[in-house]
Design a protein around this ligand. Structure first.
Ligand code: ASP
Ligand code: MG
Length: 440
């Protein structure tokens, strides 16, 4: 379809002014666009906080959070609309929404109710924006994500269902300039309200883009694209103007917060470019993610915190066939994914980012050998064209790390990444050194 998907995150729609700005951005090109919106920033967190109170059987706590949130929305509406007609219309909608949210404080509360509550964040933001667009005279329509976004029995999106239902909706509603929908929310295989997990609006954008086979999927945030290092830690980072899908996936997974990792795969398989743009600086080039690979180039560095390294040493077991399988099965049975792995003849080291089952995992691993655990670690991931036939690249990355104690190194797993496991306390220095050596 000759159309772009434009997704705006919570900060981009975080106030009445920001919403007006988004409305201007999506209508300015004068071409049809499919717009995916997050909830206003802070809303999803507030709704989850209210839900937590309800799990703990504290309806007063939940009501307090809900009432405080409602106050903010009343203020936003006052600022967003210029006519009484739209102020009243949207106020009534907000009143009903918050009555609905309060109704959850009166009954039995389970994850089923929580998901309905949390979904209201995106339902509210999209209704506010579509009303604003109508007030401005734009031909806009809100398509309810709950009518076409669907996950299957494994909680994975169901692309065939999404394509079929969304295409039908688009054919039934031809001729609009702006099609709007909610990010993040969906129905599951049983038809219940569900979601694509935190940060899932990027995923919605990608799934919608693929379902409609659009020209481009744009993810609008508040930074001018993916940077070559963490701008909160390293001075003078620069936006990377182009990334291969694989490079973007590595960066998203290993810490670059700007793009949700799940967003990359559907776009990659469909070959639809993803463009990262800055709402605050729309003319900035941003980052284009597509199939192109810049040969022999380092692109960016990212870091992932809260990593634990686990080493198991076993003189007699390690060479035996099937030993690694046994080790992996232990992690699998505690639903703990492994990020990095390094092996030698007598020991194997792995890293995990979720400690919740660490004690049990260590207990089971002890049956096979001596186990040591290092916590407070961090993965530093260097991304670029790191195909093994390119000479000297790993040497340059290692050279940059020469003053930092490195616990593990992983290279050759993919063609796009070399990862170092270091102490969290060395993260800053590691990122700075890498920027200096690789991007100067
Ligand atoms: N509102 C949801 C969240 O805060 C989804 C998103 O913004 O991507 O996680
Ligand atoms: Mg996000």
């Amino acid at each position: 379809m000759r159309m772009k998907v434009m997704k705006f995150g919570g900060t981009s729609v975080g106030s009445a002014d920001r919403m007006k700005h988004v409305a201007a951005l999506i209508t300015a090109p004068g071409e049809p666009a499919f717009v995916v919106l997050s909830a206003m920033s802070g809303t999803t967190n507030a709704l989850i906080e209210a839900a937590d109170y309800l799990y703990k059987r504290n309806p007063e706590g939940a009501n307090e959070v809900i009432n405080a949130l409602e106050k903010k929305y009343i203020q936003h509406i006052e600022e967003l609309y210029s006519t009484n007609e739209y102020k009243e219309k949207t106020s009534e909608f907000i009143r009903n929404e918050f009555e609905y949210l309060r109704s959850f404080t009166k009954d039995l509360f389970t994850s089923f109710e929580e998901k309905q509550m949390v979904a209201q964040g995106e339902i509210i933001s999209t209704n506010m924006v579509v009303n604003y667009l109508h007030e401005q005279g734009t031909r806009a329509i809100l398509l309810n994500a709950l009518d076409f976004m669907r996950t299957d029995k494994n909680s994975e999106p169901d692309p065939a269902y999404i394509r079929q239902h969304l295409t039908t909706l688009m054919t039934e509603n031809k001729g609009y300039q702006i099609y709007l929908t909610q990010g993040f929310i969906c129905r599951n295989a049983y038809g219940e309200v569900d979601n694509l997990l935190r940060g899932g609006s990027d995923y919605t954008a990608s799934l919608v883009g693929v379902a409609l086979n659009v020209e481009e999927i744009q993810i609008w945030t508040d930074i001018d694209g993916m940077h070559n290092n963490d701008p909160r830690i390293v001075d003078h980072t620069e936006a990377v103007h182009q990334l291969n899908f694989e490079e973007a996936a590595e960066l998203a997974y290993f810490g670059a917060k700007i793009l949700h990792p799940t967003c990359v795969q559907p776009a990659k398989y469909a070959g639809i470019p993803v463009r990262l743009k800055n709402t605050m600086d729309p003319d900035a080039e941003g980052t284009l993610v597509d199939n192109h690979l810049s040969h022999g180039k380092f692109k960016a560095v990212a870091a992932k915190d809260n990593i634990t390294a686990i080493q198991i040493r076993s003189s007699h077991m390690l060479l035996a066939a099937g030993f690694l399988r046994k080790v992996f099965e232990i992690f699998e049975s505690y639903q703990t994914p492994i990020d990095m792995i390094a092996t030698s003849e007598v020991a194997v080291s792995m890293s995990i980012d979720n400690n919740s089952r660490l004690a049990e995992i260590v207990d089971e691993l002890k049956k096979y050998g001596t186990v040591t655990v290092d916590s407070g670690m961090c993965i530093i991931c260097v991304v670029g064209d790191l195909h093994w036939s390119n000479k000297g690249f790993e040497t340059r990355a290692l050279e940059a790390m020469k003053d930092i104690p490195v616990r593990m190194i992983s290279y050759g797993g993919s063609n796009y990444n070399i990862s170092f496991l270091v102490k969290e306390s060395d993260k800053k220095q590691a990122l700075q050194c890498l920027s200096r050596v690789l991007f100067k």
